[in-house]
Design a protein. Structure first.
Length: 106
């Protein structure tokens, strides 16, 4: 399973021309917006979408730590922090600004 996850992640990185950080930014934003659309009738959709992205990113980093430990016996905490920041950047900005944006649009 670990090898399959690693191969899937490497395929994703190689199939797009984005850097790792840019991939995290775009995937985080895309997942957040997709969940907001799926939950559009729920008044807490923005919070649930943010939590969903945060949970998926946590799972991703757990797998990255697992891969890192099995390969080098170490976890790259710096890279993990950068990945969290990149993935949750736009979802966090939208979470904060959602209500003001919705009020101004009405």
């Amino acid at each position: 399973m670990q090898r399959s996850f690693f191969i899937l992640k490497e395929w994703m990185k190689d199939s797009v021309w984005f850097s790792d950080g840019m991939l995290h930014l775009n995937v985080g934003l895309a997942l957040f917006l997709a969940m907001v659309l799926i939950l559009r009738r729920n008044p807490r959709r923005v919070v649930y979408a943010w939590v969903f992205v945060a949970l998926l990113q946590t799972v991703n980093e757990v797998f990255d730590a697992w891969i890192g430990i099995s390969r080098s016996g170490d976890v790259n905490w710096n890279e993990m922090g950068k990945d969290f920041l990149a993935t949750l950047f736009w979802p966090s900005v939208l979470l904060i600004l959602w209500k003001p944006l919705m009020r101004s649009g009405k």
